[in-house]
Design a protein around this ligand. Structure first.
Ligand SMILES: C[S@@+](CC[C@H](N)C(=O)[O-])C[C@H]1O[C@@H](n2cnc3c(N)ncnc32)[C@H](O)[C@@H]1O
Length: 249
């Protein structure tokens, strides 16, 4: 057996193991895991497009909700020199897996160890002073309450540098499936959550594309924090009404 065959077999075995791990975590907690399988390569590439668009410049990147690392695996080899990637994952078992993934890349390229950090945390509670050029969110917003979505989106916008870009995805067809299968209360909550996201998109939208080559197909949204506006000039003091002098009386 040649080297290519053995490394190809190893990759297949690893993907198979990750598929099972994802399924087990989804069975444990579907609300937080949000899917039964990791994203495919086409979706991972669409989510990371703003990183390729900024190729060559050092970047600060945040990946939230990385799961077994379908997107992380696309990001790590594309980190320009001088870049930094924070990977934030709420599920500690996924976070352990992501640390192994980063360590495996660091074995091949020592610079990766300096550039990549995995945090076991909920992204809205991430304690950092860093600001990011690109945020890639894998969070299952469709499962979240409207207030939770607002807290996370506001935190993302706070963490983005002016001009920075956020990408996130939503599976196609979830609304119809929920209308048929879920309780009325869940349908209402899902609609309210969609309205919250739509309001952010109206304010910050930079575009959307559909990735059909994923199971299920998904829409990838791209939001941009406006570039810094010049600090407004201080408002001049308002003229005071003329003092009423003796001659006016
Ligand atoms: C739909 S999966 C996406 C996984 C991966 N990005 C992919 O595309 O295959 C969502 C992931 O978000 C994680 N997650 C959910 N809520 C989170 C939160 N508040 N902060 C960080 N990670 C979270 C889940 O544990 C899960 O790994």
């Amino acid at each position: 057996m040649d080297n290519w065959t053995t490394s190809h077999d190893r990759v297949l075995a690893q993907r198979y193991a990750e598929g099972w791990m994802f399924l087990i975590e989804a069975a444990r907690d579907m609300r937080t895991t949000g899917a039964i399988a990791p994203s495919g390569t086409a979706l991972a590439r669409a989510l990371t497009e703003p990183v390729r668009a900024r190729a060559g410049r050092p970047l600060d990147i945040l990946e939230a909700g990385a799961g077994t690392g379908a997107v992380t695996r696309v990001l790590i080899p594309r980190l320009p020199r001088g870049s930094h990637l924070d990977v934030v994952e709420a599920n500690p078992r996924f976070a352990d897996r992501l640390r192994h993934l980063a360590a495996a890349h660091a074995d091949a390229d020592a610079a990766v160890a300096e550039r990549v950090r995995v945090h076991t945390a909920r992204v809205e509670e991430l304690d950092t002073n860093r600001r990011y050029d690109v945020i890639v969110s894998g969070l299952p917003f469709a499962n979240f309450a409207p207030g939770d979505i607002e807290a996370i989106m506001d935190r993302y916008l706070e963490l983005l540098r002016p001009g920075g870009v956020l990408t996130y995805f939503a599976y196609l067809g979830t609304r119809r499936a929920r209308t048929l299968l879920a309780s009325r209360a869940r349908v209402r909550r899902h609609r309210a959550a969609e309205e919250v996201l739509a309001a952010y998109r109206r304010r910050y939208a930079g575009g959307c594309r559909t990735v059909w080559a994923n199971l299920p197909p998904a829409e990838v949204w791209r939001l941009q924090r406006p570039a810094a506006t010049p600090t407004p000039a201080p408002t001049p003091p308002r003229p005071q009404p003329a003092a009423i002098g003796a001659a006016d009386r």
